[in-house]
Design a protein around this ligand. Structure first.
Ligand code: H2B
Length: 94
């Protein structure tokens, strides 16, 4: 599925649409904290499968029980509909 770039008005509506996410440096950003490393890595495993099935992948970092995620579309050089869909699927993995 080809990524469709978001329009400026679609980007402006994102905070209301995805309340767990913020816009940081033009990317969708979320930080999560879990009970321990196993819980964090279990979450990452679920996200990895969701991302692979969507064909769209997060930029992310894990430090013990913390996972930091940034979503952007490399193919278009900005935010696209696939970032929004991946954010929704990530929210469902928590
Ligand atoms: C060929 C492959 O589907 C593409 O390179 C996909 C893979 N995953 C991707 N993930 C993200 N975040 N951005 C992309 O542009 C992207 N492109």
């Amino acid at each position: 599925m080809a990524a469709q770039p978001l329009t400026p008005s679609q980007i402006a509506a994102l905070p209301a649409d995805l309340p767990q996410w913020t816009l940081r440096e033009g990317k969708l950003h979320r930080e999560l904290r879990f009970a321990d490393f196993s819980a964090a890595f279990g979450f990452m495993a679920r996200v990895a499968l969701a991302a692979e099935s969507l064909g769209h992948h997060p930029e992310w970092c894990n430090v013990w029980n913390r996972v930091t995620i940034n979503l952007t579309t490399h193919d278009t050089g900005g935010l696209s509909d696939l970032d929004v869909e991946l954010a929704r699927r990530i929210d469902a993995c928590v």
